[in-house]
Design a protein around this ligand. Sequence first.
Ligand SMILES: [Zn+2]
Length: 279
Amino acid sequence: MLVTLEEILKDAEQKKYGVGLFNMLNLEMARGIIDAAEEERSPIILGVAEVHLPVIPFDYACHIMNKIAKEATVPVCLHFDHGTNYKKILTAMKGGFTSVMYDGSALPYEENIANTKEISKIAHALGVSVEAELGHVGGAEGGADDGHEAMYTNVDQVNDFIRRADIDALAVAIGTAHGQYKVKPKLDIGRLKEIYDIAAKPLVLHGGSGLSDDDFRNTIKNGIRKVNICTEMCMAAHRAYTFAFNENTNFEIALQVAKKSVQEIVREKMILFGSSGKA
Ligand SMILES: [Zn+2]
């Protein structure tokens, strides 16, 4: 069944567990993700990221995701990840998504608020949830200043941002990075705890791929309710395709192996985050 991000995170907050956002780039990934959710009886946030739209055309993604959500026997939120383009974010809302992220994290504070607020006004009128990012979760592949403390979420701004931007979930920057880590990330759990203690809305962790199981347990214990996973699934699918092709199997088998490998990663995460059995 199709639900909003607000509904999914409300239950997660009440019962103190985390829900994964799993981004899909193709049909094998989408099927692996939803089959894992059904198997684990877990609520799920199924996403597509703006940056991946050149790989999976938006209208195709909308059709696939809506069909999955409607047929699912577990709660499914359809989420548009890291939207920066006004038109594309509105296309997601029009296309049946129940949650959008507006990412103005690279912008100055007031500009981030103003832009997010504009999205929230439309989204809420349509019954769509909004996530935004305060501080900046950089890329693991990026420059030397990535993960620099100046880009961490400022605790003093948290509720001012939530209130004025009128959002339903807040992505925080506490030392994680997007993509594949080159050095082990150092998480600022103290800062997360401080944010969770005061934040008026549920918290989101980006850059989860490559964190240890203990890191995930620790962040969820200290208030993270939505965990974004993408790179780890992409790597698993990539390995599966490569392996199947190297073994000289046929294309159909390669696709099946990729789907299964994504499904396994997603299942592991659902068990780890505590969302298994919550649907
Ligand atoms: Zn992200």
